[in-house]
Ligand binder design. Sequence first.
Ligand code: ADP
Ligand code: NI
Length: 213
Amino acid sequence: MNKQMIEQTEKWVKSQLETERTGHDWYHIRRVTKQAKEIAAIEGADELIVVLAALLHDLIDDKVVTSIEEGLKNVTGWLISIGTTKEQRDHIIEIITTISFKGGTNQPVSTMEAQVVQDADRLDAIGAIGVARTFIYAGSKGDPMYDPTLSVRENLTIEEYRNGRSSAIGHFYEKLLKLKELMNTQEGKKRAELRHQFLENFLQQFLDEWGEE
Ligand code: ADP
Ligand code: NI
């Protein structure tokens, strides 16, 4: 039963993301789901909730659908159609609405399952894949890879960020380097170590090659 729910959801999510080009593509979902499932097993979280939430976690992002409301309606309809209980649905919807870093509140997430999915999503934003996603995202927005006139070592304010004063390297300081400290679970923290170190090494090498202004 669980296996069938998961397989059906994989197919549906894949079809929903066919035209997705903002870094929330199917392969991102697949990587996040794989890590979330592994972390869930180690941390003792509910596997069905974690896997479904990981598969669905980007389908309410306004970069993917026209509005969050529309995304929520879609996802809820899907969860009903595969036979989840109301309790399971409420939990999954709660997870995917609260885990986003840009969700505004930035409050720690409440349940173990939400912590696991958030950790898995954050792991995909750091390490080599995280670096690659950042440069592709910046490129798609028309941001430069680096702009030494932006004081990247100081945190940009949200206002500056929204005004587009950003660069790929700037995003390391805005977000990526902070993620290691924000990991929720023991296993998540462990998995973040190497990836974080890679970010630090990459940044050091990049700035060395760039040289003095
Ligand atoms: P997710 O919820 O999957 O982390 P985001 O929408 O926050 O998705 O980001 C998608 C990818 O693009 C992530 O790897 C993220 O680090 C990167 N990204 C987000 N905002 C920026 C930005 N302003 N500049 C460069 N990369 C960004
Ligand atoms: Ni994601």
